[in-house]
Design a protein around this ligand. Structure first.
Ligand SMILES: [Zn+2]
Length: 163
């Protein structure tokens, strides 16, 4: 029996003679990755499948009212992690929109430099805009202002000579 290299874990596995096209080994994490990729691929190309999945999720939510509210109350860490990840997705989308924006492309011929700063710049490492040194300065999101009480607390903590 010939050996193949798993496309996920890069380990060799015995090729099945019943599935000659097999590219993932039988390890659970690799099979989960394979299924996730297949599902995402099908979601991207099959509108009917997308609609079925959407309806199924809608039906489940209708049958389990309050589930997500309880989940968020019970797992604040997951809520915060999701919030951060959503901000990153939003930022990537804004950058993609920006990269496809005609007015941004017009800046290529401009002598003015536009600087892109912030955590999203790593996403643009292979982007044409970066190689042309066209940068866009933007503030990804605002931090909430410090509450007044905390300022007062800091003041009271200062030495008398500084207060
Ligand atoms: Zn594997």
């Amino acid at each position: 029996m010939s050996q193949r290299c798993c496309r996920f874990c890069q380990r060799e596995f015995p090729a099945s003679r019943f599935h000659p096209e097999q590219t993932a080994c039988s390890a659970k994490p690799c099979q989960q990755l394979r299924r996730t990729q297949n599902r995402n691929r099908k979601l991207a190309v099959d509108a009917e499948y997308r609609q079925i999945c959407r309806d199924s999720a809608r039906k489940w939510r209708a049958n389990h009212p309050g589930y997500w509210k309880q989940y968020r109350a019970a797992k604040p860490d997951a809520v915060e992690r999701n919030r951060v990840q959503q901000r990153q997705r939003d930022m990537r989308q804004r950058l993609a929109d920006l990269a496809n924006n005609n007015s941004a492309l017009d800046l290529k011929s401009s002598a003015a430099g536009v600087w892109l700063l912030g955590p999203a710049t790593s996403d643009l490492a292979n982007n044409n805009l970066a190689s042309l040194q066209v940068f866009i300065l933007q503030n990804p999101w605002r931090r909430p202002p410090l509450p007044l009480a905390s300022c007062q607390q800091q003041l009271s903590g200062l030495p008398a000579s500084l207060a």
